[in-house]
Design a protein around this ligand. Sequence first.
Ligand SMILES: *Cc1c(COP(=O)(O)O)cnc(C)c1O
Length: 384
Amino acid sequence: MIPYGKQIISEDDINSVIETLQSDFLTQGPKVSEFEEVIAKYCNVSHAVSYNSATSALHASCLALGIAQDDWVWTSPISFVASANCALYCGGKVDFIDINPLTLNIDLTVLEAKLEQAKKDNRLPKVIIPVHMAGQSCEMKNIYELSKTYGFKIIEDASHAIGGEYLDTKVGSCKYSDITVFSFHPVKIITTGEGGIATTNSESLKEKLKLFCSHGITRDIEKLTNKSEGTWYYEQVDLGFNYRLTDLQASLGISQLKNINNFVKTRNILAENYGKEFEKIGITTFPPLDGIKSSYHLYIIKLGQHLDRKKVFNQLRNLNIGVNVHYIPIPLQPYYKSLNYSNMFKIPSAISYYNSAITIPLHAGLKAEEQEFIITKVKEVVRR
Ligand SMILES: *Cc1c(COP(=O)(O)O)cnc(C)c1O
């Protein structure tokens, strides 16, 4: 089966991890902060705090921005469930902004109308989590401007989008947000096995992000409630978690980051090939808007109404093409349907998209002959 996504591990990656295995620290050593520094430098942002997953990073980010009982958090219905779950972990409530069918990201017109209504109803969101679907950045400048008008904070769920750019800034620069979160799961652009990171330009948010990552414990003399009793002394000042990345994972991440530009370039070339071929036969694709460079985590096509998605999907799977569907709209999940305010979820564009979308294989290790095979077969199956 040609997988829809897959990691590339080089000899250098392997050696980097072996070196750490033979060093004094498997965790809480120098590789973690080195990884945080190289990511921050790459994204041109002041701080990066690493986590054992993007899910952990999203949870800690919501806590750092003060999400608590009954606070509203809004996100995209077309995302992985983690984008919404993070708010519920904090006791918050989630609502969904329908997608723009051309970008698969949250629709600005819908967002603006929804904010206007929420203001009247006195239930404005405390945090909005735009998701950079498939690697294409949301229109962050517009969302940022709305955040100033309506007073919400922004966490970019950029799990798909490390290596992408928005208006000449790297995704993760936090130029138009408070925090950006990346995932390093093996199907994403670069990997640490499991892992994630949160970037921010705010010193105080960085401190909170670190606190929630490690039990809410601080050793910083200035942050202690009581007088230090000695050099062993630490204090738990908040309720945190063990969400730490290990040095083994960080050393893999440091090595992977060295190849990110090649990975993203290859993904873009492959995406362009797909785009040209599919355009000829009237399949809808999702090229990025002007001013946006996608990292192309996923390549998604949308079938015409006359085609049966399930049939096309099964035919391609039977040809050993590892197609997938991203995503089942989060509000359609039984857990979300069971929330007592689920009747307010209104996401017609997300549902219409979901009913005809297919993700076809795209990763930096996809061979030219594999891509040719996929293109030929997709064309055959769609014509039939
Ligand atoms: C993968 C993903 C996550 C979760 O990442 P993990 O590192 O697996 O926890 C969150 N949001 C989106 C959009 C994702 O694709």
